[in-house]
Ligand binder design. Structure first.
Ligand code: NAD
Length: 253
């Protein structure tokens, strides 16, 4: 087993999915600053290449919803951050079934397949960190987000199962649960929700998105990234099957 008492992630390889944008890009930057060699994985090849070039990492352009292509993968990654995600806002009775299936493949099946691909290497060396970017909606539901809420609730279960299986082999698995973060995904949601609720974009922010948050602001991607690096640090070696909830007090209500 490798010595876990050092500082940072020097010598470690970290895979970050959805690393071209928003939270994933912030996580890639944070883990690189901690010394990791980062594989920046994204559907957006140019975006992944740009972030990888900025941090001295490596881009991996791939469509993670093409799960058949991931089934035979083997990964030599010490850290896997499952972050790539999309959103679709629609009532259940109007929700396009193919969109529901796509979201489940990208946000639940791909994390399972990437964990499956990386765990043999992690078990062999007796150290590994899986961090899943879930959501406040992984713990609570929200109307009109059936696929997203289902995928995130499933990811919570997957994380706990991996935590139990990896506990005596040096592998931890945890979820980070952000509230609304200032990213392109949220900017798109504001306009989608304005349409669904018949509100202005300002009203969506104050009356829908931040209504239940005690701290009345959007979270910054860098704040999520710091929670991820904590979960990869020696200080978190006893934290597994758990959650870091960054919801500004929403769940305290
Ligand atoms: P974002 O849209 O800024 O970034 C998502 C990234 O995923 C993009 O770079 C996109 O190209 C990539 N991606 C999308 N489909 C892909 C595919 N098929 N294959 C590979 N990559 C693909 O979004 P974000 O806000 O940074 O969200 C990242 C994660 O954080 C998501 O899982 C989201 O559910 C979660 N989250 C976001 C918020 C928020 O408020 N922004 C809150 C809670 C949880």
């Amino acid at each position: 087993m490798r010595d876990d008492d050092g500082v940072g992630l020097a010598g470690r390889t970290a895979l970050v999915t959805g690393g071209a944008s928003g939270i994933g890009a912030a996580v890639a930057r944070e883990l690189a600053a901690e010394g990791a060699h980062v594989l920046v994985c994204d559907l957006d090849a140019d975006g992944a290449a740009a972030v990888a070039a900025e941090i001295g990492g490596e881009p991996w352009a791939v469509d993670l919803s093409d799960t058949a292509a991931l089934a035979s993968l083997s990964l030599q990654a010490d850290v896997v951050v499952n972050n790539a995600g999309i959103q679709h806002v629609s009532p259940v009775e109007e929700f396009p079934p193919e969109r529901f299936a796509l979201i489940l493949r990208l946000m639940l099946e791909a994390p399972f397949l990437l964990a499956r691909a990386a765990l043999p290497h992690m078990y062999e060396q007796g150290w590994g960190r899986l961090v899943h970017i879930s959501s406040a909606h992984g713990l609570r539901a929200s109307a009109y987000k059936s696929a997203y809420v289902s995928a995130k609730h499933g990811l919570e279960g997957l994380s706990k199962v991996i935590a139990l299986e990896g506990a005596d082999r040096g592998v931890t698995s945890n979820c980070v649960n952000p509230g609304y973060v200032r990213t392109p995904l949220v900017e798109r949601q504001v306009s989608d929700q304005a349409r669904v609720h018949g509100l202005s974009e300002e009203e969506v922010l104050s009356q829908v998105m931040l209504k239940n948050s005690a701290i009345k602001r959007l979270l910054e991607p860098s704040e999520v990234a710091r929670a991820v690096s904590y979960l990869c640090s020696p200080a978190a070696s006893f934290v597994t099957g758990s959650n870091i909830v960054l919801d500004g007090g929403w769940s305290a209500r």
